[in-house]
Design a protein around this ligand. Structure first.
Ligand code: SF4
Ligand code: SF4
Length: 181
């Protein structure tokens, strides 16, 4: 078992340096917690707009080519980041936000096969000051990683189904409906 210890400096660089890619489950929790309609906080990004491998399983067919679902941006940062650098959806934040800055790879049975740190977030004058430490017991970040892995797989299955439905009109509204949102 691994233990991940982590002290966040609350600088918010990680909320500004990359677009969080989300699943239907993340979106459902965010909508419930904030009372906002998914269409007001998600956006389908084209490969030109987001830095992500094209073999990622979250790419879906939309009008205008392949896109991937992420949180909208406001003044170059996440739409949920407040003016004083706090996450206004913290209790329902996506799993990708919960596991940052760790890079945890699991096998199909949920066993850890690789554990490391992601690239350090930095944005304008801010840079990640988290003090992560990986030791050998269990903790909550790993539980989040396991949940993220399960939810990613179920989302990608739905994405594959969407991609196989050629008659579907490939709009954001239809995609969200297809995902049960
Ligand atoms: S959802 Fe919250 S924690 Fe995640 S990037 Fe947005 S502001 Fe940051
Ligand atoms: S960039 Fe690092 S220190 Fe800053 S909020 Fe994110 S995890 Fe915390």
């Amino acid at each position: 078992m691994h233990d991940i210890r982590f002290k966040c400096g609350k600088c918010a660089a990680c909320c500004c340096c990359a677009i969080p890619v989300v699943t239907h489950k993340d979106v459902s929790r965010l909508a419930k917690a904030t009372g906002m309609a998914p269409v007001s906080f998600v956006k389908m990004y084209s490969p030109r707009e987001i830095s992500l491998d094209l073999d990622h399983e979250g790419w879906v067919k939309m009008s205008g080519g392949e896109h991937i679902m992420g949180l909208k941006q406001k003044r170059d940062c996440c739409v949920f980041l407040s003016g004083d650098d706090r996450c206004i959806a913290y209790k329902a934040r996506p799993l990708t936000c919960r596991t940052y800055p760790f890079d945890i790879e699991l096998d199909r049975r949920g066993r850890i096969i690789a554990l490391g740190l992601q690239q350090k977030a930095s944005y304008k004058d801010k840079s990640c000051v988290a003090a992560p430490r990986i030791t050998h017991n269990n903790n909550r970040v790993i539980e989040y990683a396991k949940k993220e892995d399960r939810e990613d797989r179920s989302y990608w299955e739905k994405c594959a189904q969407w991609n196989k439905s050629p008659r579907q009109k490939h709009t954001l509204k239809n995609f969200l409906t297809f995902m049960g949102l």
